[in-house]
Design a protein around this ligand. Structure first.
Ligand SMILES: Nc1ncnc2c1ncn2[C@@H]1O[C@H](COP(=O)(O)OP(=O)(O)OP(=O)(O)O)[C@@H](O)[C@H]1O
Length: 299
C-alpha cells in the first residue's frame, strides 16, 4: 500500500506577480520539453534561508519528489516544515541551495507559463468583474479581447457562474470566489497546477463541493497537480499519492499510493473502509512529525 521513502523536499510560492499570482512570464530556457520526463522532479534538494538574526535556516534538506504527468500529488506535513518552500522552487521563484529542480525534464531557470497556481487567499482583482478576472490571463498572453471573453464565458459556465459574470469579487461567497479562481487558472491550460491550501478558508460543505469541482476539472485538463494541505482527509480523497514530510527541515518521510478508484465521490468516499484505513495509517505517521514540531515550538 505504501512505500516509505526517507528523502527530503519542500516549497514556497506566494502569488507575487501582477496577475493575481497565477500568470507567469515565460523564460525561454524553461520551455524545453522532454517528451517522457516527469512533470516535476526535485532531486536531493536543499534550501537554506538567512533568518532575521543572520543565522542560516535549512527549510528543506535532501528533498526528493517526482510528480508524473497527469498525477495528483498531495503534500502534508507539520506547520512551518517547508511545504510552501517546495512549491516556490518548482515555480522558479526560489532557487535550491543544493540539488536540482526539473520541470518537464528541463532545469527550472525562471518562471514558467505552463504552471498555474491557486492559493489559500483570494487572488482576484477586487476592482474587476468576475469575467474580467477570468479574462485577465488570456489577455495577458496576447489573446484578442472577444476571444478572451468567449473563453472566459465558457469557463464560467463550467464552474457554474454564468449568471455572475458582471459581479465583483466582494459580491460573491467564498466558494464562488474559489470557483472564479479555478476558472481563472484553468483557462490558461496549465500543464502543472500548484495549490497551496486552496480551500482551507472554506466551510466543510463548500470544501467538499470544491473537491468535486477540482477533480472534474483536473480529469478533463489532465494537468499534474501538487496540492499542499494540512487536512489529511482532503489529501487522501483527492490524490494519487500522499507525501508525508518531516518536521523541518522538510524531508520526505513517506509516500503513500492511494489506490482508491476514480472517479471519486468525495462526499462519500471518506466513509469507505479503505479510506479509513489509509487515514489511520498515514495519520500515525504524520502525527509523530506534528508532535515533534509542537515539542520544538514549545521548547
Ligand atoms: N524567505 C524566507 N526567509 C527566511 N525564512 C524563510 C523564508 N521562507 C520560508 N522561510 C522559513 O522556512 C521554513 C519553511 O517555511 P514554509 O512556509 O515553506 O513552511 P510551510 O510548511 O509551508 O508552513 P505552513 O504549514 O505554516 O504554511 C519556515 O521556518 C520559514 O520561517
Amino acid at each position: 500500500m505504501n512505500d516509505i521513502a526517507p528523502v527530503p523536499v519542500s516549497f514556497h510560492v506566494r502569488r507575487p506577480w501582477a496577475d493575481g499570482g497565477r500568470l507567469l512570464v515565460p523564460r525561454s530556457s524553461t520551455m524545453a520539453i522532454e517528451k517522457n520526463a516527469p512533470a516535476i522532479e526535485l532531486i536531493n534538494v536543499s534550501r537554506r534561508f538567512l533568518s532575521p538574526t543572520g543565522k542560516s535556516l535549512t527549510a528543506l534538506r535532501d528533498f526528493t519528489m517526482t510528480v508524473e504527468r497527469g498525477e495528483f500529488v498531495a503534500v502534508v506535513g507539520p506547520t512551518g516544515c517547508g511545504k510552501s518552500t517546495t512549491l516556490n522552487l518548482v515555480t522558479g521563484l526560489a532557487s535550491p541551495s543544493a540539488g536540482e529542480v526539473r520541470v518537464m525534464g528541463a532545469p527550472v531557470t525562471g518562471i514558467d507559463p505552463r504552471i498555474g497556481f491557486v492559493f489559500q487567499s483570494d487572488a482576484l482583482f477586487p476592482w474587476r468583474t468576475v469575467i474580467e478576472n477570468v479574462m485577465a490571463g488570456p489577455l495577458f498572453r496576447g489573446r484578442a479581447k472577444p476571444d478572451a471573453a468567449a473563453a472566459a464565458r465558457d469557463w464560467l459556465a463550467r464552474v457554474g457562474l454564468s449568471r455572475f459574470e458582471q459581479h465583483y469579487p466582494h459580491q460573491l461567497s467564498g466558494g464562488m470566489r474559489k470557483r472564479v479562481a479555478l476558472a481563472q487558472t484553468f483557462i490558461n491550460g496549465p500543464e502543472i497546477l500548484l495549490m497551496d491550501e486552496p480551500f482551507s478558508a472554506l466551510d466543510v460543505q463548500t470544501r467538499v463541493l470544491m473537491h468535486e469541482e477540482l477533480l472534474r476539472l483536473w480529469s478533463e485538463a489532465k494537468a499534474s497537480v501538487v496540492f499542499v494541505t494540512h487536512d489529511l482527509e482532503e489529501a487522501i480523497a483527492l490524490a494519487d499519492k500522499v507525501y508525508v514530510l518531516t518536521a523541518g527541515p522538510a524531508t520526505v518521510k513517506s509516500v503513500y499510493t492511494i489506490d482508491l478508484p476514480r472517479p471519486r465521490v468525495v462526499a462519500d468516499i471518506r466513509y469507505e473502509q479503505s479510506f479509513i484505513n489509509y487515514s489511520r495509517t498515514i495519520w500515525a505517521d504524520l502525527k509523530e512529525e506534528v508532535e515533534t514540531s509542537y515539542a520544538r515550538a514549545a521548547a
